[in-house]
Design a protein around this ligand. Structure first.
Ligand code: SAM
Length: 459
């Protein structure tokens, strides 16, 4: 197993390079990947390997590592309720908008993996355009950071369970058998899709502002910390046209991430629409305590540096909460962890610990403290909500549904002021409604698509 020090160093590298977060539950998987890369590269130790990655001659190895640690789970027509939402609402609406317009219908499949998602979008469009009597001047740009996944996507030949969710009629129409026994995507479909290497965390978006009608970025941000997701969603907002749509994975929401989109329920799924006039960014609508903390931080940064080293913060709930609202999530987690050592029955300390860890993208580590929090205080609706989010991102959809329901029940009728920091200026009813929708979606997903998935995140 990777030592604590090596694990931390590899984690830091991967989070800096591709935004990927690895919590303790993923240490065994990461260990076996790193052991293999050490053998192949001939590096004598983890520090020597990380040094190689920083060198120009380490470029190929950098790519091999990214290929090995990214999770490429995907399949055709993934998540039937979302397919229905695309087929019935989003794509028809966007196709109609292109009538008489110079710019083609422009779609970005961000984090496209081995190509099933963008090819599915192309097939849906090829079916819909003649039905609506609308020409399909369409371009789908599909991007990913994994070179291996992109190579498979460009080959466009598939077999096995990735095809199980493709309706038989569409499979017959848009694939042709290959001599090797697989099914190749037909040229008509391929023509609509262009693949490009792109790192969502480091590269500039491959579009100019307002150029994109639909961004599909599903099951990608579940591997990111919330700050990384926030920055990415800001970029998506810039390149989306007014009224353009964003489709995330079923377990990904913009709650506490962005307010510049409107949630649009469609059947058993929901999509986000770029708001006509972007509301104030989250930071401008933060509760007073948060704004005060931020102002203090700005003042502290401007002030001359004190000579003496500040005394370590005593582990108190107030200190943990302050670190959390100031966005010092690592500090919040370590203060809260120290706190629960001394006070193992403090529900609030577990809430802060779980909140900080889930915000850092460490959902595997967040589940236990959040479970303890709701055990100690079953009325803590925000803890149920965070627990549900972590479980959903880990692929435990049945359990997530139970927690979303518990969150909806506990949050109903809760005083708005009691949850001010958590609500970010929104209404309790909005959160209750979201919990109910997410519960339904998690149940659907548990019964449906996840019979195909291998169980959430893995290394
Ligand atoms: C689980 S797959 C999702 C595939 C598809 N969107 C779906 O939902 O079926 C996640 C993909 O995100 C890609 N990815 C992860 N981090 C990325 C980054 N920083 N930039 C671009 N792609 C990234 C991975 O390589 C992987 O192919």
């Amino acid at each position: 197993m990777l030592s604590d020090q090596d694990f931390q160093a590899v984690r830091d590298y991967l989070s800096g390079t591709a935004g990927l977060v690895f919590d303790d539950s993923r240490r065994p998987g990461l260990t076996s990947v790193i052991n293999e890369r050490l053998t192949v590269s001939g590096a004598s130790s983890v520090p020597a390997y990380l040094a190689l990655l920083q060198m120009p001659k380490g470029a190929d190895e950098r790519q091999h590592l990214i290929d090995a640690v990214t999770v490429q789970e995907t399949y055709f027509f993934r998540n039937p309720p979302q397919m229905e939402a695309l087929r019935r609402k989003v794509l028809p609406e966007l196709l109609r908008r292109t009538v008489g317009r110079e710019r083609p219908l422009t779609i970005w499949s961000a984090g496209c993996s081995t190509g099933e998602e963008p090819y599915t979008l192309a097939m849906l469009l090829l079916e819909l355009s003649p039905m609506l009597g609308v020409g399909s001047r369409t371009t789908i740009l599909a991007t990913d950071v994994s070179a291996e996944a992109l190579a498979a996507a460009k080959r466009g030949v598939y077999s096995g369970r990735t095809l199980d969710t493709a309706p038989a009629t569409l499979r017959d129409r848009w694939f042709e058998p290959t001599s090797g026994g697989g099914l190749a995507v037909k040229d008509e479909v391929r023509r609509l899709v262009h693949f490009q290497s792109h790192n969502l965390v480091h590269d500039q978006p491959p579009f100019t502002p307002g150029e994109v009608d639909l961004i599909v970025c599903r099951n990608v941000t579940i591997y990111f910390a919330r700050d990384t997701t926030r920055a990415l969603i800001g970029q998506f907002h810039r390149v989306l046209a007014e009224g353009g749509y964003l489709l995330l994975g079923h377990s990904e929401t913009l709650w506490q991430v962005s307010e510049a989109f409107t949630l649009v329920p469609v059947g058993d799924a929901f999509v986000y629409r770029r708001s006509p006039v972007s509301r104030a960014p989250l930071s401008a609508r933060l509760p007073r305590a948060v704004r005060a903390a931020q102002a203090a931080r700005v003042r502290a940064a401007a002030a001359p540096r004190p000579r003496r080293v500040p005394a370590p913060v005593a582990p108190s709930l107030e200190a943990a909460r302050l670190a959390l609202v100031q966005g010092r999530y690592d500090d919040a987690a370590s203060i809260a962890a120290a706190l629960v050592e001394g006070e193992p029955l403090s529900a609030e300390a577990y809430v802060v610990l779980g909140h900080a860890l889930s915000t850092l993208g460490r959902d595997g580590d967040a589940v236990e403290p959040l479970r303890k929090a709701v055990y100690l205080d079953p009325t803590a609706g925000h803890a149920h909500f965070m627990l549900a989010g972590s479980l959903a991102r880990l692929g435990q959809n049945g359990q997530a549904a139970v927690s979303y329901r518990a969150a909806a029940r506990s949050l109903e009728g809760v005083d708005r002021d009691a949850l001010a920091a958590f609500l970010d200026g929104r209404e309790v009813e909005e959160l209750v409604d979201l919990c109910r929708r997410l519960a339904d979606i998690s149940v659907e997903t548990d019964l449906g698509e996840d019979r195909l998935a291998s169980g959430g995140r893995g290394a």
